[in-house]
Design a protein around this ligand. Structure first.
Ligand code: AQP
Length: 342
């Protein structure tokens, strides 16, 4: 079976980039695949999180999943720390992956900052846990934003090395053609890399200190409109052809956001707004963003008012996730040569 897995970190400030690059895609994938969507709280603590804020951020991401249209009955929605098999498989993968592979990860370099010695071991090992998240379900497809491409390639390398290192044991345990699939990244659509509204060379990010750089999923209509009005642009009018967006990252970003929200191509958006002033386009973009995001924000608020319900959704999802992960982890133990109670 084709199985989809993806996750979002509960680190606060869930934004339009997370929605367009990930959550909106998660919703679409439900039509064609069995989907497992995870609030990756163990990833979140690779950077220190205030315990009270963490719990509320976990509920907020869950609420965003549900409000955006993910069906937790037909698919699975849960938080990572409730399914111990993720961390268990990550340990095995820590022993399969090579230091040199992890040393090449650009996200570690960015997030660790200048003082690499002071970064947590968890931040360095982040990609092996991510590989475990996906492969503990033997998932085949992973919808993510462009920034996660390198981690996905590493997950494929880990799966291939495990299949190779334990080839004989995998066959002896009755699995033909390798144990883990090589998971495929699904990086598609107009907004796989949404950029900061203040700086077209930086991605829109939860951790950007400037709130004006991003549209938060919890922003109200006035705030959204104000942020788009203030978004950085250049003095030229919008081009009529895609070619004309080259070298104009801020214009490119706003047009891509419009296209992704409208379900149209960049060319179609430029056919309508090309040649016109930014102010006209920005008004249309603000209206569209509010129309798409505000109903989700309102539903998130409604769901957040009942944390007991959200916690119950996560508990039930975790039980169903564990039911898939446990037998896969048991086979991994057999393959590696561990003894387990049968
Ligand atoms: N700017 C973005 N454009 C498109 N997709 C994005 N994603 C993140 N930023 C953008 C995608 O959202 C999913 C969840 O991401 P995450 O929670 O793992 O956070 P992240 O990738 O570390 O990026 P954030 O949200 O901006 O957080 P910080 O500030 O901590 O780096 C992923 O599929 C990701 O690709």
């Amino acid at each position: 079976v084709e199985r989809v897995f993806s996750g979002v970190q509960p680190t606060g400030n869930l934004h339009l980039g997370n929605y367009l690059g990930a959550i909106q895609r998660f919703v679409e994938m439900q039509k064609s695949h069995q989907c497992i969507y995870c609030v990756v709280d163990q990833h979140a603590i690779t950077l220190w999180q205030d315990p009270k804020s963490l719990a509320s951020a976990i509920r907020e991401v869950t609420a965003a999943f549900l409000a955006a249209g993910i069906d937790p009955k037909a698919h699975i929605v849960f938080n990572q720390s409730q399914v111990a098999e993720h961390a268990e498989l990550a340990w095995v993968f820590n022993c399969v992956a090579r230091m040199g592979w992890l040393n090449r990860m650009t996200q570690f370099k960015e997030k660790a900052g200048k003082d690499k010695e002071a970064a947590s071991v968890g931040l360095f090992a982040y990609p092996t846990l991510m590989a475990a998240d996906i492969l503990v379900y033997r998932a085949t497809h992973v919808p993510v934003g462009e920034d996660q491409k390198q981690h996905l390639e590493l997950a494929r390398d880990i799966a291939a090395k495990f299949n190779n290192d334990f080839g004989d044991s995998i066959a002896a345990n009755g699995f033909n053609g390798g144990f883990f699939p090589l998971p495929e990244p699904l990086i598609q659509g107009a907004a796989t890399r949404v950029m900061s509204l203040r700086d077209g060379s930086k991605k829109m990010s939860k951790s950007d200190p400037s709130d004006l750089s991003r549209i938060n999923m919890t922003d109200d209509a006035d705030t959204i409109a104000a942020k788009i009005r203030k978004a950085r642009t250049d003095p030229e009018p919008l081009p009529s052809e895609e070619e004309g967006l080259k070298g104009r990252p801020e214009a490119d970003n706003l047009v891509s956001i419009f296209a992704a929200l409208a379900g149209r191509t960049v060319a179609e958006v430029l056919a309508e707004f090309g040649g016109g002033q930014f102010s006209t386009f920005k008004t249309a973009l603000a209206d569209l963003t509010v129309a798409k995001i505000s109903p989700i924000t309102a539903e998130m608020k409604r769901l957040m008012a009942d944390p007991g319900h959200i916690d119950a959704v996560l508990a039930e999802g975790s039980d169903r996730a564990r039911a898939i992960a446990a037998p896969i982890m048991a086979s991994v133990k057999d393959i590696v040569g561990f003894i387990r109670a049968k």
